[in-house]
Design a protein around this ligand. Structure first.
Ligand SMILES: C[S@@+](CC[C@H](N)C(=O)[O-])C[C@H]1O[C@@H](n2cnc3c(N)ncnc32)[C@H](O)[C@@H]1O
Length: 262
C-alpha cells in the first residue's frame, strides 16, 4: 500500500519502473508509432501513470479516461488532471468504476487496471468477462493489471478457486510449493481465462502474456504487474501460462528472473 499523507496516494518509483518496462516491451513488439492510442486507467490522486505515458509520446495519451470510485481521491485527481492540461493532456476523469467504461473510440486502447488488491477473488472474472464480451477490451488492445502479491487466501482456497485451471495446467495439487508458485505467476492470467470461458469466447480472442514484473512498493508491499495483448484467435490455458515468450522481471533486484521464481 502507498503512504496516504493528506489523502494523496504516493506510490514509489519501483511501480513506475515496472509499468514503463512493460510499456516499453509492448510498444517495441506491438505498438505503431504512427497511430494514436486511447488510455483507460484507474485514477488514484496523482495520475503518475498518465504523466509517464505523456512523456513517452503525446499520441499515446490522445484520449485518457481515468476512473476513481473514492470521492476524496477523485477530488484530488481532478486537481492533478487540471494541472496536466499545461502539458497538453486532457483526462476524462470519472467518479465511477473502470468496469463501467464504454468504448467510445475505434482507436487501439491501452488499459491499466492498477488494482491495489488481488486480481483473483471477488467477481473480477465476471467483470473482465463483460469487458471482453462487450468488446470494450478487444483485438489490438493492451491490458496491464496490477495485483497484490503479499498475501492470499491460503492454499486450500487457491486449490478450490482454481481447481479447474490447476488441473488443466497439470499442477500436482499436493505440491504446496508448486501451487504457490503457479498462483503467483498466473492468478491474473487464470482470472482472465475464467473471464473468457464464462462467456465461451476463448475460441474468439487470443490472450498473450508478454511480460510480468514484480516490485516492492514504498511500504514494502509486494506487487506484480502483468501485461497482455489481445488479438483474434483462440486462447488455450496451458499455452497462455507456459508461454516461453513471456518475460519476467524483478524490479527489486533490477534483473530478469524466471517464471518459477516470480
Ligand atoms: C493504484 S491506485 C491508481 C494509481 C495510478 N495508476 C497512478 O499511477 O497514479 C488505484 C485506485 O483505483 C481506485 N479503484 C479501485 N478499483 C476501482 C474500480 N474498479 N474503478 C475505479 N476506481 C477503482 C482505488 O480507490 C485507488 O485510488
Amino acid at each position: 500500500m502507498a503512504s496516504k499523507a493528506q489523502g494523496r496516494l504516493k506510490y514509489g518509483p519501483r511501480k513506475y519502473v515496472g509499468l514503463h518496462l512493460l510499456l516499453c516491451r509492448w510498444l517495441r513488439l506491438h505498438g505503431d508509432g504512427s497511430k494514436h492510442y486511447c488510455y483507460v486507467t484507474l485514477g488514484g490522486t496523482e495520475l503518475k501513470d498518465v504523466q509517464g505515458l505523456r512523456f513517452a509520446d503525446v499520441n499515446l495519451a490522445s484520449n485518457v479516461w481515468s476512473y476513481e470510485t473514492n470521492q476524496k481521491r477523485y477530488a484530488l485527481a481532478k486537481q492533478t488532471a487540471s494541472d496536466l492540461t499545461t502539458y497538453g493532456v486532457t483526462v476524462d476523469l470519472q467518479c465511477a468504476s473502470l468496469f463501467s467504461h464504454k468504448r467510445q473510440s475505434q482507436l487501439p486502447h491501452i488499459f491499466f487496471v492498477d488494482l491495489t488488491g488481488i486480481c483473483a477473488w471477488g467477481d473480477y472474472d465476471l467483470r473482465f468477462g463483460e469487458l471482453f464480451q462487450n468488446e470494450v477490451i478487444r483485438e489490438g488492445d493492451c491490458l496491464l493489471i496490477t495485483s497484490h502479491l503479499g498475501h492470499h487466501r491460503g492454499l486450500k482456497e487457491i486449490r478450490k478457486h482454481f481447481a479447474g485451471e490447476l488441473a488443466v495446467l497439470g499442477v500436482d495439487e499436493d505440491d504446496d510449493g508448486r501451487v504457490r508458485s503457479v498462483y503467483r505467476r498466473a492468478h491474473p492470467t487464470m482470472t482472465l481465462f475464467k473471464a473468457l470461458s464464462l462467456n465461451g469466447i476463448q475460441s474468439e480472442l487470443h490472450l498473450h502474456c508478454f511480460g510480468m514484473v514484480k516490485y516492492h512498493d514504498v511500504d514494502h508491499t509486494p506487487m506484480g504487474i502483468y501485461g497482455y495483448t489481445v488479438s483474434a484467435g483462440t486462447t488455450e490455458l496451458r499455452t497462455l501460462v507456459w508461454d516461453s515468450s513471456t518475460n519476467y522481471f524483478d524490479v527489486n533486484e533490477g534483473r530478469l528472473c524466471s517464471g518459477d521464481s516470480f
